[in-house]
Design a protein around this ligand. Sequence first.
Ligand SMILES: *Cc1c(COP(=O)(O)O)cnc(C)c1O
Length: 370
Amino acid sequence: MRVPLLDLRPQYASIKEEIKQAIDRVLETQVFVLGPEVAELEKEIAEYCGARFGVGCASGTDSILLSLMAVGVSTGDEIITTPYTFFSTAGSASRLGAIPVFADIDPVTYNIDPSLIEARITPRTKAIIPVHLYGQCADMGPILKIAEKHGLYVIEDAAQSIGAKTMLNGEWTKAGAMGHLGCFSFFPSKNLGAYGDGGMVTSNDESLADKVRTLRVHGSKPKYHHSLIGANSRLDAIQAAILRVKLNYLDKWSEARRENAKFYDDAFAGTDIVTPRIKDSNFPIYNQYVIRTRNRDNVIEYLKKHEVGCEIYYPVPLHLQRCYEFLGYRMGDFPESEAASRETLALPIYPELSDDQKNFAVKCVLEGSK
Ligand SMILES: *Cc1c(COP(=O)(O)O)cnc(C)c1O
């Protein structure tokens, strides 16, 4: 039985007509870049996340880059983040000449450990980028307190966590509505995926949102008058129209992922496989379902042989990447991130998986880990 890590075709089949109508609507207007579809999506995403503003841009990576630009990050500034994330969390800081400063993760949630942040702060620290990894929010309460105490910006990398909630000051709050800016990706494999690249910045701060809005069009406002040096990072109208259709189904799809996660949790209970640990104060969206086992590489071989998709997120933590050699980190600096890189494995979790597929994946993981 083939069990792909992700298969987007059944989802497309279920919404094909609506998608085609949405694309046609854009084709009739011949407005392809920004415009009313993007403006509507921005409002809808902001409302969905419980943030006041949304600003569409070209990718999740650019949503981080534009956010850092909006808070004035430049050469020599330090940005504290996790080494156990997708590259662009730190890469975006580097593109502005800033220096990523890493703090290790909490091995239970794989998110940045807030108790390790304060020791990393220097007079040059400008911002903290917590990443809500795999669909579970980082521990935002303490992170926001530290940031406030030291006058730092908090930019949430919520690329994997649209719709995820966490308990903050006694209330359920969504990813992207807690920091100064929230960053989202519409890369096809995210829970809300476009049919190409796309991203969005959310914020409750009007002046920061305005700044991102200006920066995404070369810093020009009004047109051809450049108050800032920005980028070309705009969201396509066709992608926005597609996303507006898909947003209506997002909660249903994320619920199906939670049900799949429950299925796996139950199936692996009492075995050596460590399943994702979700804190009581978190409501996850399972962009990835990541297990942990010391036998990881044997499991991968076995899964490959039996055509069960899997992936390592992420095999090399950022402090050990070749391009970051100049930062001077060494193996052993962030033991929890390094151990996670050696022992974790993502299994298929997409909403349309059948019980047979899930059972087969479980069977293969257990056999492969013997
Ligand atoms: C996907 C992702 C990004 C980047 O998004 P793109 O749209 O691919 O540029 C950034 N951070 C994290 C944690 C991601 O998972």
